[in-house]
Design a protein around this ligand. Sequence first.
Ligand code: UDP
Ligand code: MG
Length: 134
Amino acid sequence: MAGTKTFTMIKPDATAAGNTGKIIDRIIQAGFSIVEMKWTTLSNDQAKKFYEVHAERPFYGELVEYMTSGPIVAAVLEKDNAVEDYRTLIGATNPKEAAPGTIRAEFAESIAANAVHGSDSDENAKIEGDFFFA
Ligand code: UDP
Ligand code: MG
């Protein structure tokens, strides 16, 4: 059975552009409740650890630099089928491929600065939520 929780971050491009409130509104309108939420700035070590699975990818260094470039909002969200429904709400990683009406289609600047994070599995939702809120 699909889990009821997922983890998100509103990324530095979106907080800098003043889109935090609009994105939170979209999340709530889509039926998610906020279980935990925190405005914070990632240290270099935190960003490296959070994205460790991508350590071998060519964009890892830039990703860490970008994710530490300004404040983020970290949150645990609750809804039936949370992980899958949230990935649908945010859209594809590359905003050029994100479906119309998705958060990334509306707010992302680029494939790197793509406005939001969303967990990709129940297992990672738990790991990522605990990373900020254990
Ligand atoms: N990313 C990037 N370049 C790429 C692919 C990904 O900068 O070619 C960044 C982007 O910010 C993305 C994050 O790395 O959100 C994690 O990548 P993943 O493939 O897990 O995408 P997501 O799960 O966020 O859609
Ligand atoms: Mg991912």
